[in-house]
Design a protein around this ligand. Structure first.
Ligand SMILES: O=P(O)(O)OC[C@H]1O[C@H](O[C@H]2O[C@H](CO)[C@@H](O)[C@H](O)[C@H]2O)[C@H](O)[C@@H](O)[C@@H]1O
Length: 354
């Protein structure tokens, strides 16, 4: 293709894409551009490679964990008359995975989608990050935030029937929100600081390590570490944590996490939030939990066991999971959130009697 044809093709693509953006039957547009040709395909993809071909392993995995977008109508039909609640993970779910954890920004479009969904349904973000950091990334009022894998939750106070009350602190804010902080690992804060200092000192010799203070837990990132240094880093981290028997290690995406050994994870956090939001004992709830990482599996299992809704995994590769449905990547998450909001708008407008 010559230069002018290429420019023409780009202009044509832009028009095509802007039209497709408003077509609710189109989730994405695949553009394939070769030396001599280009092609545009509106699609409702539910998996596959970037070149448009479906990986057979992924296709058979999708049969077990169908696309939540493809199954949208059936999912919503099963929730008819129920109260919908949305739980979201942050990294890899609302934001793409990037090398630098401090630059895992969510797009404006994603922010708008979360804002939209939170307008209609109680929405909570449960992240491994510190609560303050997730809030800095998301910047939305009207959303509940839980940081440190649920060890730091800000949610409304409700008379709780459980022993959880001892970990609650009422927030003295000017708005008088009545929210409370739930922090079951407070007593570990000084030790966490001590471990961070030791980690920073002792991992200096390994290039690319990032230590992230997630307040009630610590992330040791090795995404930028050379592969040949992985095992040295792992041994180093293990040898440090060995001296702190009240802590243990978990793993995420190119990250080793150090957590206090309390009986608490994203699954307990999900239960706690269902309780505090007033849906603990309610059978007419349809909760969604959307997440991409191993720590989200704790929440998937709880949601499955309680039969209160559907766990949805974000993955473009086959993975062992307790999730029922799947979404390929954050852009599909965004599409799912927009579908939810649109479904709610349509269902309330259909009730208007003229
Ligand atoms: O529960 P999440 O909100 O998913 O948080 C889990 C961890 O996410 C972050 O790390 C991951 O994303 C980074 C940015 O894309 C990436 O560089 C890293 O390799 C991933 O593991 C976060 O930085 C961790 O602290 C969270 O525990």
């Amino acid at each position: 293709m010559g230069l002018s044809e290429r420019i023409g093709a780009i202009q044509h693509s832009m028009d095509f894409i802007s039209k497709a953006r408003f077509d609710e039957n189109v989730d994405r547009v695949c553009i394939s551009m070769t030396e001599n040709n280009f092609d545009l395909q509106p699609t409702r993809e539910s998996g596959g490679n970037t070149n448009g071909t479906l990986d057979p392993e992924y296709t058979s995995w999708l049969k077990k964990h169908p696309s939540a977008l493809g199954m949208f109508e059936q999912i919503m039909a099963s929730g008819k008359g129920k109260k919908i609640i949305v739980f979201l993970d942050y990294d890899g779910t609302l934001s793409p995975i990037v090398d630098d954890p401090d630059r895992a920004f969510m797009s404006e479009m994603m922010r708008a989608a979360v804002r939209e969904v939170a307008k209609y349904f109680p929405t909570a973000i449960i992240s491994g990050r510190s609560r303050e950091k997730v809030f800095k990334f998301v910047q939305l009022a009207g959303v509940y935030y839980a940081g440190s894998h649920g060890m730091d939750i800000m949610a409304p106070v409700l008379p709780l029937s459980t022993s959880d009350v001892k970990h609650q602190t009422r927030i003295d804010d000017k708005q008088g929100s009545g929210d409370v902080l739930f922090q079951p690992a407070k007593e570990f804060l000084p030790t966490i600081q001590e471990i961070i200092e030791e980690l920073e000192e002792k991992t200096k010799c390994i290039h690319g390590v990032i230590i992230e203070n997630n307040r009630f837990c610590i992330s040791v990132h090795f995404r930028r570490v050379r592969e040949e240094d992985y095992s040295e880093l792992e041994e180093l981290v293990k040898s440090i944590v060995k001296d702190y028997p009240q802590f243990h290690l978990t793993r995420g995406r190119k990250v080793i996490e150090i957590r206090p050994s309390i009986k608490w994870d994203k699954g307990y956090a999900l239960e706690y939030m269902l309780d505090t939001l007033g849906y603990g004992n309610s059978n007419d709830v349809l909760a969604f939990y959307i997440g991409d990482d191993r720590t989200d599996e704790d929440a998937f299992r709880v949601l499955q066991a309680k039969k209160r809704g559907y766990p949805i995994i974000v993955s473009s590769i086959p993975k062992e999971t307790s999730a029922v449905y799947s979404l390929q990547d954050p852009s599909e998450v965004m599409s799912f959130l927009l579908h939810l909001a649109r479904w709610r708008r349509n269902s309330s407008s259909s009730k208007i009697v003229i």
